[in-house]
Every structure is written in C-alpha cells, then in structure tokens.
Ligand binder design. Structure first.
Ligand SMILES: [Zn+2]
Length: 487
C-alpha cells in the first residue's frame, strides 16, 4: 500500500518556476471559482459555456499552446488543451490529464460562511464552490505544465488536458462524447486530479472507484386521493407499499439484498483485505466526519471492514421520495407514491446488468398487487486500477517525493463515470488518480474548501509525476509488455 521515494533527476528549475508562479495560479483558480458553472438541471447553461471559455484562456496562459472547446449536442462544452513535450522528449509518451470544470449547486447560499462564488481565504483554506472539486484539480495540472514549459521549454511528456463540463451530473453524454472526440484523446496514460487524499499532507493514489446506477419507481393504486377512514382497509396505501418495497431491497444491516445483484463484483483477495486493514483507519474520526449521531451504529455487513463496505460493496440510497409533507398532512390515502433509488456499485459489477437487476426487482416485488412503473436512469461503471503496473509504482514514488511522505493507495466510494469507458477507449491504459481534496473539503456541501498547503504539494506532485511517467514508459515496451501480462 505504500512506496518509498526513488531517486530521480534534479527538478529545482521546474519547482522554482512553480513557486514563482504560485500567485498567478491562485489568481487563475479564483477567477474560475467566481464563475457558477453548475451542470445540474435548472441552472443557466450560459455560465457553463462561460466557464469552459475561461478554462480555455487559462490553459493558454499556463503552458498550453493549443486549446479548443469540444462540443456534443445538448452537453456543456468540454475543453481540450495541449502542449507537446520539450524537444528532447519527442519520443516520450502522451499523458491525458483529466479534470472537470462544472460544479455542484451551492445548496442554501445563506448557510455558507462566505458567498459560494466569492473565493475567500480563512485558516489556510480557500472557501468557495469548486475551489477543490475540481477547479484545483485542473489548476494543479496546468501549474505543472506551466512550470515545465517555462523551465525546460515543454513538459517531459506530450500533454493533453481534458476538462469535462458535466461530471457532476453523471457525464450523461459520455458515449456521444467519446464517439465524437475519442480519437483526439489518444494517450498512453491518464492522470485524474479529482479524488481525495487519505489525510492532509498524505499523498494518495485512488486505485478503485464505485459505479453508480439509479432508477425511479412509482407505485399507483387510485385515480384520486380518498378519505383514509372511509376507504382505508379494503383500499391499499401506495406510500406504505413503496416504503415496504424499498425496505425489502436491503437486509437488517442495510446492505443490498436484491438477489444476485452483485454476483459479478470482484471479491477482495485475502492479501488485499489484509492491506486494507493495515491502513490507519480510525472509526471515531470517520463517524465524526460523517456527522453520525451518538449510538447510531455503522451500517452494512458487520463482518466486513468499514473501508471494504465503503469501497468494495454496493450500497443503496433512497435519494428522492415524493409523498405528502408532514405539515398540513390530511387523513387521506394518496393515489400514488414515487421514489428515486441510487445504488453505488462495487468494482467488477457491470452497470447495465446492475441497472437491469434493480429495475426488474422493483417491478417484481411491489406489495399488495399495486401498479408499478420503474424507469431506469444512470449507469456508470466502477473502476479498478492495475496496481502492479509500472506507471502506478512510478506515480507513487513521484508523489512521495513531492509530499515527503509515503504514498497511500486507497479506494474511493464515489464514482467518476468517464474513467472506465475512457480507459477502455484508449486501450486499457494505466490511470493515476491523484488526491486534490482532503477529508475536510466538504465537496458538494456547504463551505467547500481547498487546503492551500496541500494544493501547493499537489502542484509539485503533478510536476514530478509527469517526469516519472516519461521515465517509466521508456522503452515504451515496458508498459506494453506489462499490459500483455495482466488478465
Ligand atoms: Zn469532482
């Protein structure tokens, strides 16, 4: 799970450029945070276009010499910026750097300590929506390219920077995007800056992601609302029926209980389970970070380590529920009830199979013989890196040097829908997912913030990572032969 730094070339000149340009990077980051490019439904798509255009300009001002908007009908624009390797690196590999420029809605803006789209520094952190997720990710990539370009006339590898515009809504135009622009993304490795570090100051490579499927289910019994005293008894209640249906999808511990749902998940080996237990996971800290109330036990299979439940098992969440509000509730039977069910998938699970199983199960298990209609939604694949790939070892060493700490290899309970299809499209290339957030970032929440010292370390980590990848891929057969060995 950890790795010792290896000796590599002196990068003093590159790191000096990083230092000298730190305020320019910070300024660019703040200018991007000020643009509310929210991809969720109901927000102004014009802001996303403005955000994409701003990213294009920032890329051109920070080491890239070409940058275009990549368009797909109906989708917010993505940005592709490029910079060739310095002249002595013409035979170097091509690295695709990934980040996204869209952000989550701010939620209740009144609840923020400072306005979400006015970046504000306090206690070593920069507050604002998207400061960490994921505008810091794209700036860390650009800071590295910029430093290399200034110090050495170009990065040590050919660089393509892809900045997506709809990550926060599940990359819904993914297939059309890859069909239209996949050829331009060709690369030998992908570096993703959109995940979380194990702790502040601890470099972390994320080696697995969960997938995500969802479905909407509606149960119907009546064509209008009726008096619960005059009809209740012989006439069934759709709200009760829906809660009974949803409750049946999990066992007594809250673990997914839909038969056969995760049969294709890849179980951890004993060795992997052992390494996971070696991580310094503190259950009390985890409870505190989640805000779990005193006495409320953790959910899921009690025989599995909490990290195994978080990273390697499916989990079902009811993310929406339409029923009458408690305030002003009448003694009446509702004609129908509706819920949106979202399930995180374990690595190995086929998202299309999982979504089909979910919909079939909802359709087939509605109590009281009510009418039911389950509508499939998102299907995003989980991801699992090949941790034995030389690029992963090289990346872990490079980050360890930048942070002065051993690199932790960790899983992630969240999803990045583009990763699995993108790497498949590129020919199963290695993927390095580097941490930008820390456990206190509150991405997607109120008072999202970026740890500024970690951001500086992330930038130098990116600078070192480019060099480590350039070296590790030489000769190119080193990676190709390895790819041939794994199953
Ligand atoms: Zn993100």
């Amino acid at each position: 799970m950890t790795s010792q730094p290896a000796s590599i070339d002196d990068l003093t000149d590159v790191l000096t450029q990083l230092d000298q340009r730190a305020s320019a990077h910070r300024e660019a980051l703040e200018s991007l945070v000020a643009i509310p490019g929210i991809s969720a439904e109901g927000f102004d798509p014009g802001e996303l276009r403005r955000s994409a255009e701003a990213v294009r300009q920032v890329a051109l001002a920070h080491g890239c010499d070409r940058a275009d908007l990549l368009e797909v009908e109906g989708a917010p624009p993505a940005v592709l910026a490029e910079r060739d390797a310095a002249p002595d690196g013409h035979d170097a590999p091509t690295v695709l750097l990934y980040a996204h420029h869209d952000v989550q809605p701010p939620g209740d803006t009144e609840a923020w300590t400072s306005p979400p789209f006015e970046p504000t520094e306090a206690d070593g952190r920069l507050y604002g929506r998207g400061t960490a997720d994921d505008k810091a990710g794209l700036m860390a990539h650009l800071a590295a390219v910029d430093a290399w370009a200034r110090a050495r006339g170009g990065p040590p590898c050919h660089v393509k920077l892809l900045v997506e515009g709809e990550e926060e809504v599940g990359s819904t135009h993914l297939s059309a995007f890859l069909a239209a622009h996949g050829d331009r993304l060709r690369a030998d490795a992908v570096v993703v800056a959109d995940t979380v570090n194990w702790k502040v100051g601890v470099p972390t490579l994320t080696t697995s992601l969960r997938g995500l499927v969802d479905a909407t289910v509606e149960v119907r019994a009546l064509d209008h609302t009726v008096h619960s005293g005059m009809y209740g008894g012989p006439v069934p209640d759709p709200v009760t029926a829906l809660t009974k249906l949803l409750a049946g999808a999990v066992d007594d511990h809250g673990a997914v209980a839909i038969p056969g749902f995760a049969d294709d998940a890849r179980p951890l080996s004993d060795a992997e389970r052992h390494t996971l237990r070696q991580l310094d996971f503190d259950v009390e800290t985890f409870r505190a970070e989640a805000g779990l109330l005193e006495g409320v036990p953790l959910a899921g299979d009690p025989d599995a380590h909490p990290l195994e439940r978080l990273w390697r098992r499916p989990h079902l969440t009811v993310v929406g529920f339409d029923a009458p509000e408690v305030a002003g509730a009448a003694n009446a039977l509702q004609p129908a009830a509706r819920a949106k069910v979202s399930v995180r998938l374990a690595p190995g699970q086929d998202p299309h199979r999982a979504r089909r199983r979910l919909v079939e199960w909802l359709q087939g298990n509605t109590p009281f013989g009510l009418q039911v209609e389950a509508t499939p939604g998102t299907a995003a694949a989980p991801f699992e890196a090949d941790t034995a790939h030389p690029a992963v070892r090289a990346a872990a060493d490079a980050l360890a040097l930048a942070y002065g700490r051993e690199t932790v290899l960790a899983g992630l309970g969240g999803s990045i829908p583009l990763i699995e299809p993108l790497t498949q499209r590129l020919g199963d290339v290695p993927v390095l997912m580097v941490g930008i957030e820390d456990p206190d970032t509150r991405a997607h929440g109120i008072d999202e913030s970026l740890h500024l010292a970690d951001f500086a370390r992330a930038c130098s980590g990116q600078a070192r990572l480019l060099q480590a990848l350039a070296r590790s891929a030489r000769p190119a057969e080193a990676w190709r032969n390895h790819a041939g060995e794994v199953s």
